[in-house]
Design a protein around this ligand. Structure first.
Ligand code: IMP
Ligand code: MG
Length: 174
């Protein structure tokens, strides 16, 4: 079953707060938001509508093989950016930082393209699960271990359309 962790209202307030922090860091400079598909599509759409800087949005989809030991941390680009990010202010928008392996690889790939600035904005940080050293510059919620869904985040492709964020709990845990 699903147990609610964050309501629509809590999420909206947190997104607003993240947007304020991004705005103040980038003054009135132009920002290119990189939405990591699919999990951050809802988060990105809410976040960018709260940021008043001149902004552009691009999408990237990567597959990670974080669970397979042989290819641990390998990240394959399924859909690359269409924008050239050289000398641009880039903000990567990610749903969840878990082990940190995916974001580390994405960050390194994008850094190799020489952006002017590269920041990470993550809605959820599962800090206790981290396996590599990487921090979000803007983090919405920090949670303990647990599998979450909703607000764009899926379990086997379901629940992305939930407006709130829930944790999946086994029946006998309740
Ligand atoms: P990492 O490489 O271990 O940091 O994996 C991060 C990615 O795993 C996130 O972008 C999510 O797509 C996925 N993920 C991690 N935890 C969860 C969860 O609780 N629910 C759904 N997806 C998750
Ligand atoms: Mg993801």
């Amino acid at each position: 079953m699903l147990k609610r962790l964050f309501s629509e209202e809590e999420i909206a307030n947190t997104v607003k707060d993240l947007a304020r922090r991004i705005e103040s860091d980038f003054a009135n400079e132009e920002i290119l938001f990189v939405c990591l598909l699919k999990g951050s599509f809802v988060f990105t759409s809410d976040l960018v509508r709260r940021v008043r800087n001149p902004s552009r949005i691009d999408f990237m989809r990567v597959s990670s093989y974080g669970n397979r030991m042989a290819t641990r941390g390998n990240v394959e680009i399924i859909k690359d950016l269409e924008e050239d990010i050289e000398n641009k202010n880039v903000v990567i928008v990610e749903d969840i930082i878990d082990s940190g392996l995916t974001l580390t690889r994405v960050r390194d790939m994008l850094l190799a393209r020489s952006p002017k600035a590269l920041k990470i904005c993550a809605l959820i940080d599962k800090r206790c699960r981290r396996e590599v050293e990487i921090e979000g510059d803007y983090v919405g919620f920090t949670i303990d271990d647990g599998f979450v869904v909703g607000y764009g985040i899926d379990h086997a492709e379901y629940h992305r359309n939930r407006p709130d964020i829930c944790v999946v709990v086994e029946e006998d845990e309740t």
